[in-house]
Structure formats: structure tokens, C-alpha cells
Design a protein around this ligand. Structure first.
Ligand code: ATP
Length: 234
């Protein structure tokens, strides 16, 4: 469904992605694990059309993805960025509805809003609250809810559990499983490798801009080098 081939991204002299290739099939949860600075956000930003790349191809359903965030969203790919980035001065509901700004199908938008509130009852309770006053976890839910409002086929989630208390981390991962059940495909970038591998079908390990390993989530989770580097096992 989504195919990245030999992707190279540079920030000036920094070669951030060095020939990255990966595939995501419809309905999968695929996770990219890697430490700080490995290039995970860079990869998502390149797919989403935020970053120019010199070399490589990113294809979605056989079509080359444009380097234009709006066009990429229209094609059915939506990124929920790291750090949530909600509009602090707008209400929860206004933030959620912003996710639908490229859509014209009013009735379906209304339906999707109800679905988002079903998935995140906490947001429904707070629909008129100013987003800047939400807790970190609630802002994360808001960012995911807003992403869903573009009615994506693929969601790119950048560190959704970052900075959350353990109980909320579990909630966020449970919600990702629920989102997959809504017929969505998910590319999940996480530093919490343990949790990410526990819900993913397949995984890629990204180190210093290169894919070092790939396979089923179980295969990756059982790999001794991965266990030592990312799962804290000896
Ligand atoms: P983290 O888990 O810490 O968010 P990451 O795996 O998402 O890390 P990236 O943010 O993709 O890593 O960064 C990959 C590399 O590219 C890093 O060395 C980073 O310093 C560099 N980089 C990222 N953005 C820029 C930029 N705008 N200008 C220059 N270098 C950048």
C-alpha cells in the first residue's frame, strides 16, 4: 500500500536517511523503532510531504506521493506529529474539526466526529474546553482525534506515548488497536519499543538513518541485539 524505496534525506550536510526502504500493507500496524536521532521523524515527515528528498521514491497505491502535505492528506495519509501541536487557544471541538478542513462531505464529517468522541469520551466531556488547558495525555488524544477527522487510510503516529504516565501509555496503545479496527493502517514510530512491538504486526529497526533489521514484531522482539539495545534486557 505504502512503499518507500531507497530514500535519502539531507539536512544541509547531514545525511539523515541513508537509503531507507520499507513497505506497509493494508490493515497492518508497522512500527519503526530506533533511538533519538535515528531518523524516525524525518522518515514520517518525508512521507507526509513536509520534507524534500533528493533520492528515492515514496509510492502510495502505486502512485508517487507528492511533496505537498495537503495533497498527501487528500490521498488518505495523515500524520499525527510528535509533541501533539494542538492549537492552544481553540476549543477541543474546533481543534478536532480542523482535521476535516480539506473535506466537503458534511454528513460523513458529522459521523466521524461522533466516532472520535466514542473513541475518546474524555474529549467529548471537554469539547468546549480550551485545548491549551488539557493535560498532556488529553492533548495527545486530541491530536489523534484531529488526525482521524481527515478520514485517513493510513495514520502515521510519531511517538504517541512520549511523556505520558504509564497508565495513559496503555490507554494510548489500546486506542491504536481500536483505530486499526476502524479499518485503518498504522505506521507507528516509538521509543517505547516494548509496547510498540507488543501491538505491531511487523517492525523495522532504524539506526543512524539506516534500516538495520526488519521482520515480524515477534522476530524483532526476540532478537538478542534488539532486546539489549531497545528492550533493556541483558
Ligand atoms: P527522536 O526520537 O529524538 O525524535 P528521530 O529518530 O525522530 O529522533 P530525527 O528527528 O528524524 O530523529 O532526526 C534525524 C537526524 O537529523 C538527527 O541527527 C537530527 O539532529 C537531524 N535533523 C533533524 N531535523 C533537522 C533539521 N531541521 N536540520 C538539521 N538537522 C536535522
Amino acid at each position: 500500500m505504502l512503499k518507500v524505496q531507497d530514500l535519502n534525506v539531507f539536512y544541509g550536510g547531514i545525511h539523515a536517511l541513508k537509503g531507507v526502504s520499507l513497505d506497509i500493507n493494508k490493515g497492518e500496524i508497522v512500527t519503526i523503532i530506533g533511538s533519538n536521532g535515528a531518523g524516525k521523524s524525518t522518515l514520517l515527515n518525508a512521507i507526509s510531504g513536509f520534507l524534500k528528498y533528493k533520492q528515492g521514491v515514496i509510492e502510495y497505491k502505486g502512485e508517487k506521493l507528492p511533496i505537498s502535505p495537503n495533497k498527501v492528506v487528500k490521498m488518505g495519509i495523515c500524520q499525527v506529529p510528535e509533541g501533539r501541536l494542538v492549537f492552544a487557544n481553540l476549543t477541543v471541538e474546533d481543534n478536532i474539526m480542523l482535521g476535516a478542513y480539506l473535506r466537503k462531505d458534511k454528513n460523513k464529517i458529522k459521523e466521524d466526529l461522533e466516532k472520535v468522541y466514542e473513541l475518546f469520551p474524555r474529549l467529548k466531556e471537554r469539547e468546549k474546553q480550551i485545548a491549551g488547558t488539557l493535560s498532556g495525555g488529553e492533548q495527545q488524544m486530541l491530536a489523534m482525534g484531529r488526525g482521524l477527522m481527515s478520514d485517513p487510510e493510513i495514520m502515521l503516529l510519531d511517538e504517541p506515548s512520549l511523556g505520558l504516565a504509564p497508565l495513559l501509555v496503555q490507554t494510548v496503545f489500546d486506542i491504536i488497536i481500536d483505530i486499526r479496527k476502524m479499518d485503518k493502517t498504522i505506521l507507528l514510530v516509538e521509543q517505547n519499543a516494548y509496547k510498540a512491538l507488543s501491538i505491531a504486526d511487523r517492525a523495522y529497526v532504524l539506526e543512524q538513518g539506516r534500516i538495520k533489521m526488519e521482520g515480524s514484531a515477534k522476530y524483532i522482539a526476540d532478537n538478542p541485539a534488539v532486546r539489549e539495545a531497545y528492550l533493556g534486557a541483558k
